[in-house]
Structures are given as C-alpha cells and as structure tokens.
Design a protein around this ligand. Structure first.
Ligand SMILES: *Cc1c(COP(=O)(O)O)cnc(C)c1O
Length: 354
C-alpha cells in the first residue's frame, strides 16, 4: 500500500525549553492515518497535518470502548541520529490486543515502515536533552455510527507523536505504592493482557484514591483470589529476593511488557537467576520480615525502571533497600537507557535506526 503525504503549510514552533516538556501535552506537525472498512481491509494510508478528526456522536468507540493502543519512543543519540527500541514488538503486541478486542489485524511490517517514515519526517521534533524522547502513540478505534453492540466494521488506525521530557528530572527516585485490596484491574478470561483503554478506565478509581493518600501507584492483585501479585498501573513488577529476580508469570491478566521482557533477557545474560512465577503478597511480606527482600521495581516504556522504596500492605509498611535504588534496578536502567540512546552497543538487535 502506498502512503500519501500531505505536508503542513503551518509548521509549529518547536518547544524552546526541553526541560519543561512534561509528558503527552505537545504533538508534532504530522500524524499517520489509515482506514479500515469491512470487505475492503485497511486502505488510504496517509501522513497528514496533525489535527482534529471528525467522528459521528454515535461512533462505536465512544459507547463500547472498542479501542487498543501502543506506546514506544524514539531517542536521539549523541551523533544526532534517531532510533527506536524494539518497535517490532509493539506492533506484534498490537495484533494480540486486536485479536482479543475483535479489531482487524494490521500488517506489522507495513505499519513499522509507516512509523519509520513518519518519525523521519518529524525527526527535528525528537528532543536533544538527555533522558527526553519522542513518545509514539499508535492506536486503533471503532468508528461505525451505530449504537448497537457488536464488533465494528469500520476503524481508524493512527499514530501521533509527542516530544516528552525526561521521566526522572532529579535522578531515579523510588516511588511509594500500596497493595490494592478493594478494586481489581483484570480477571481470568478478561482483557488484562491486551493494551486497551478499558483496562485503564477500570484502574482510575484505585489510582485516584492512591493519589489522595499521597501514593504514586497501586500494586494490583489477581482479580480472583486477591492474593497473587499482578502489576502496577502501567508497569510490570519485579522482586529481588535473596538474590533471585522474580516477576509474576503472564497468566492472561498481566500486560506482557516489552521492558519486562528486555529486563528478563538482560538479567539472564548477566547470569542471574530469573523466575517467572506466581508470587503472593504474603510471600513478599515474609521475605521482607526475613530481611531477604533486596529490591522491588517496576518496568515500563515511560520510566524504564521505577524503583519502589515504600510498599504498603494493609497496616504493614515495607521500606525497601533503605528507600534507595538497588543494584539490579540501577544496572537495568543504565543498560537499557544506554542501548536506547546509543551509548552502549546493541548486542541483542533491539535498535531500529531511522
Ligand atoms: C504498557 C503497559 C505496561 C508496560 O509495557 P512496556 O511495553 O514495557 O511499556 C505494563 N502494564 C500495563 C498495564 C501497560 O499498559
């Protein structure tokens, strides 16, 4: 499929102060769009000026939430070139999400090429400041003007780009989280493994209550017994117990993070013992009491590695590693960001150059 290009006639000024970018507020000059119509498939791939879209008030995505998305970044290296980290994994995962949400499959090679073309066009928008990057948001949603419940026949696939600031402006700061015992995020047979808006809508109430109590995030337990640890908001979770790296296995209710996968691959390469298995909050608390809970950290594209310094479960408050970043967390962070920004060699073939 050919990609039509329509360039903006009114390019926006690039942000003057990259230290004030924040996350997800500013968008570049262009976006990628293509349509899907039943019987015709995906068509009309185009790169057009970034702008508002028109939708019927009856558009199905607005009523029943048939939507999926992805999140990845483009990084500027010291020599000025631009590169992405494992973007093929994002589109592979997008098709897994699509299958669950009865959204038509996309051609992974094609959309990767389209993304490359879009980022190439917008490369001056990729920030130069260390730690800052161009956040990439591909998404698909149902557009049929119909308020009946069924999988849609019409969809839009879009990619928008947002220059974003360094997640940690003052270094890797450990976060405060608590174990959520009232609400659940995902259940057996549900959509936990899919990157879909619904999972976030469900999580907002717990998130809001956590913020009101001065906590950054909640740690979700499984939705059936509320015993087994699943993940944190938009991050997967890891524990280092007595030198062993443990992360919840992918049982269908946990999002299969690419940072999670990369962290497992790196730890294995370093000869560490890494285990993917079910782990209860009880086990974590017992390890803490025995002085064996060395580190807890979250993994995700936004923060890469987010050390947990303070974990609350009911009345029990666990202060992990003296509220300081641990050795494994630091090494993962340094290695992953080193590869992303081109400071370290790409031994795994994770880098996709623009
Ligand atoms: C996107 C996401 C993650 C992290 O995945 P990465 O591919 O590492 O960015 C973790 N949990 C949830 C719920 C997510 O949506």
């Amino acid at each position: 499929m050919e990609i039509k290009i329509q360039k903006t006639t009114a390019p926006k000024a690039k942000p003057a102060d990259e230290t004030k970018l924040g996350f997800g507020h500013i968008f570049t000059d262009h976006m990628f769009v293509m349509n899907y119509d039943a019987g015709q498939g995906w068509h009309d791939a185009r790169i057009i000026p970034y702008g508002e879209i028109s939708l019927s008030p009856a558009a199905m995505c607005l009523h029943y939430g048939q939507e999926i998305f992805e999140g990845l970044k483009a990084y500027r290296t010291a020599d000025g070139s631009v590169q992405m980290f494992r973007p093929d994994e994002n589109f592979k995962r997008m098709n897994v999400s699509a299958e669950r949400m009865v959204i038509p499959q996309i051609d992974e090679e094609f959309v990767l090429g389209a993304l490359k073309q879009l980022v190439e066009m917008e490369k001056d928008w990729v920030p130069h400041t260390d730690g800052a990057s161009l956040y990439i948001r591909p998404f698909i949603f149902a557009t049929d003007p119909y308020v009946g419940v069924k999988p849609a026949d019409h969809y839009l696939f879009m990619i928008i780009l947002s220059p974003s600031g360094a997640y940690y402006s003052t270094g890797l700061n450990p976060v405060k989280i608590y174990v959520e015992e009232k609400y659940v995020r995902a259940v057996r047979g549900g959509t936990g493994f899919a990157k879909t808006a619904a999972n976030y809508a469900i999580s907002l109430k717990g998130q809001d209550e956590a913020h009101n109590q001065d906590y950054e995030q909640v740690l979700w337990l499984d939705g059936v017994e509320q015993k087994y640890i699943e993940e944190v908001g938009s991050m997967n979770i890891f524990f280092v117990i007595d030198g062993e790296v443990i992360t919840p296995q992918l049982t269908g209710s946990v999002l299969p993070g690419i940072t999670r996968k990369s962290s497992i691959e790196l730890c294995k390469k370093w000869g560490m013992k890494v285990t993917e298995r079910r782990i209860t909050i009880q086990e974590v608390a017992e390890a803490y009491d025995a002085g064996k809970l060395d580190e807890v950290f979250g993994t995700g594209t936004a923060a890469v590695i987010s050390p947990v310094g303070h974990l609350k479960w009911g009345d029990k408050i666990m202060t992990i590693n003296d509220n300081k970043i641990g050795a494994v967390s630091q090494k993962l962070y340094d290695t992953m960001t080193g590869i992303q920004y081109g400071k370290l060699p790409d031994e795994f073939g994770w880098i996709f150059k623009i």
